[in-house]
Design a protein around this ligand. Sequence first.
Ligand SMILES: Nc1ncnc2c1ncn2[C@@H]1O[C@H](COP(=O)(O)OP(=O)(O)OP(=O)(O)O)[C@@H](O)[C@H]1O
Ligand SMILES: [Mg+2]
Length: 253
Amino acid sequence: MTAMLALADVEVRYGRLVALRGLSLEVGQGEIVCLIGPNGAGKSTTMAAIAGGVARVAGSIRFEGTELPARKPERIARLGLSLVPEGRHVFGTLTVEENLRIGGYMRPNARESAAALERVAGYFPKLKERWRAPAGRLSGGEQQMLSIGRALMTNPRLVMVDEPSLGLAPLIVDTVYEILLELREREGLTLLINEQSSHRILRFADRIYVIRNGAIQLHGTADELRDGEAIKAAYFGFGASVAQAGAPSGAAA
Ligand SMILES: Nc1ncnc2c1ncn2[C@@H]1O[C@H](COP(=O)(O)OP(=O)(O)OP(=O)(O)O)[C@@H](O)[C@H]1O
Ligand SMILES: [Mg+2]
């Protein structure tokens, strides 16, 4: 199987700081893959590198067999890749509908744009209820949905979601994940999701990569990693034996 998205030996530096040091990962068509890791591990940088938002990237990033151009976010979006950034970034004074229309700016005509809006409304009935409300008045969960809805407006085949659960109540997070699952089931949407915790991911992801210090420490299917011990060890950076001997059952793993 050739992966839909394949990163090989990717290195990113911010000045003297090495944020990604030889990172490799793959996402297959229709998969839900999760990248989990602590603060500063390089999760957002990985997505930024894919989306064309990083100045210099060494190594290879291929989408459907094609090497992605560096620093060309718009061209990359046109290839069918969409990013839902960390912290949502909706335009607070614009309405829900206007925010979505901005997401669909690449739509060539009004009919397609209307169809894309209809589709988003179908997946997010809560947003439909607030169609004319300024986005700044939405709850955090609704803003997350809006941010995902906006990413869907370009009709992507692969969507990257950076920490969808950040700052949201568990019940809302479940709703967000259920909608992502539905998108995969009904449309075959491929998903790469960043999270700080493996807790929910083990339920929703097909495969998991653990990133720490700019490199992948561990990867496997959710089934293989189900008991969480290996994830914990990779996440905190200590050996499995230490993990078994009473590792901190921290917030993360
Ligand atoms: N624009 C930037 N300029 C300089 N350093 C940066 C920049 N963005 C990230 N970094 C640094 O790169 C490293 C990786 O950061 P990144 O944001 O990718 O981590 P993360 O895994 O997404 O963390 P978090 O869970 O906090 O979102 C960190 O050391 C961070 O401080
Ligand atoms: Mg981040």
